[in-house]
Design a protein. Structure first.
Length: 411
């Protein structure tokens, strides 16, 4: 595990934060720093068919060791981190021999990872926990996945006695802003099945994700000097605040839902008197519900237009990704092989749903069945993010067994 830890610590200290306001691809040039490093490391490991696109997508192949024609599978992870919390100057803290106590983060002692709020920590006593110092996120989402894939690739390249088919490594940019597969083609990947490494805990096999849309609410007002504002000023900030206040607070929010319940989540607001904008994510396992959420936003907008006839209030909906459930049914081996591999690694498999999305959601929609696997990441997008070295190592073991399981197939 020391090599896995070193690899992970190296990756999280590279700033790869995405920017959902940028139109470039990748949305931030700094994502290319990690993409270039991964391409170089693939070369050093002896992988084949290595490419790095101008959009930061890294592709590489672990050559097969079986003599028959086995199906190609792909392992996918993203290099970018969330735009919601800073990823600049990450200072990872390694907590060895975790004793069950609360973890006070030294860069900001007000940030405390409490055991009572993180029950998964109870199962990791004596293990190694990695956090940030509390001033940034850690970046385990998804650099834990990146490190797991690279460590599994290194193990397979060193153990050429292990029988497996060809495996494609795929590293993407801008997954956090819904653009991870924008510059990927299924022909480039050339796989029968893929797996994203972008999940929490260990042993989980996510076979459903949220369906997701983005809503952008824009209010255009009229700015004028406040000394002569009576009857003339139309304050976009006040109107947008009223719009957000009209959203349900006792349901349909991340704070009040779990399981299969969906939500509307305002996550960004900016602007001034003349113009103000809020961005909201709409999430539900059933795509029909997203239309209901969009209709609710339009009804609120209609009420605000009546109350503020001089203002312009626009609601724009952009599709992001869809539940992978139906797409996975087209390739039953995608789940069955993951279950087989997890059991072979000595872990109890758990079929689960993910209240979020991955590149796998979009790849599945494009026709490449892509469930999501655990990597040990917890509390993503937050300064309270943490990961477990032991859970990451379990994910490496699952990938090795997954390669072997698919290597028994012949096409």
């Amino acid at each position: 595990m020391p090599e896995l830890l070193d690899r992970f610590l190296k990756y999280v200290q590279i700033d790869t934060q995405a920017d959902d306001h940028s139109e470039s691809s990748p949305s931030t040039a700094k994502q290319l720093d990690l993409s270039r490093l991964l391409a170089d490391e693939c070369k050093q490991l002896g992988l084949k068919d290595i490419s790095l696109s101008k959009h930061g997508v890294v592709l590489a192949t672990i050559p097969q060791t079986v003599t028959h024609h086995a199906p190609t599978i792909a392992w996918v992870a993203h290099v970018d981190t969330s735009p919601e919390t800073s990823g600049t100057n990450v200072k990872p803290i390694v907590h060895r021999e975790y004793d069950g106590s609360d973890l006070v983060l030294p860069g900001d002692p007000t940030k405390v990872i409490r055991g009572e709020e993180n029950p998964d920590l109870c199962n990791l006593l004596g293990g190694t926990i990695i956090t940030s110092d509390g001033t940034t996120l850690l970046g385990a989402d998804d650099k834990a996945g990146v490190a797991v894939i690279m460590s599994a690739a290194e193990q397979l390249m060193k153990r050429r006695d292990l029988a497996h088919g060809p495996i494609r490594l795929v590293f993407t940019c801008d997954e956090e802003i819904g653009r991870g597969t924008q510059h990927l083609s299924l022909n480039e990947i050339g796989a029968a099945c893929a797996y994203t490494l972008d999940g929490d805990g260990q042993g989980k096999i996510d076979n459903e994700t949220f369906s997701a849309d983005l809503a952008i609410v824009t209010v255009t007002g009229i700015n004028i000097h406040p000394s002569v504002g009576k009857g003339a000023m139309v304050n976009a900030i006040r109107i947008l605040s009223s719009f957000i206040a009209a959203l349900p607070s006792d349901h349909l929010s991340p704070e009040t839902t779990d399981g299969r319940e969906g939500f509307i989540h305002p996550y960004s607001i900016e602007g001034g008197v003349a113009r103000a904008e809020a961005r909201m994510i709409l999430r539900d396992f059933e795509v029909e519900q997203l239309s209901e959420y969009a209709s609710l936003l339009e009804r609120i907008a209609s009420d605000q237009r009546k109350a503020n006839p001089k203002a312009s209030i626009d609601v724009t909906i952009k599709q992001q990704y869809r539940n992978m459930r139906e797409g996975l049914a087209k390739e039953p081996r995608a789940i069955s092989k993951a279950v087989e591999a997890t059991e072979a690694a000595g872990i109890e498999p758990q079929l689960s749903i993910i209240r979020g999305g991955t590149d796998g959601s979009m790849l599945t929609a494009l026709g490449l069945p892509t469930p999501n696997l655990s990597t040990g990441e917890h509390n993503p997008h937050s300064p309270l993010e943490w990961t477990s070295l032991e859970e990451m190592q379990s994910a490496v073991n699952v990938l090795v067994q997954l390669a072997i399981a698919w290597g028994r197939e012949e096409e």
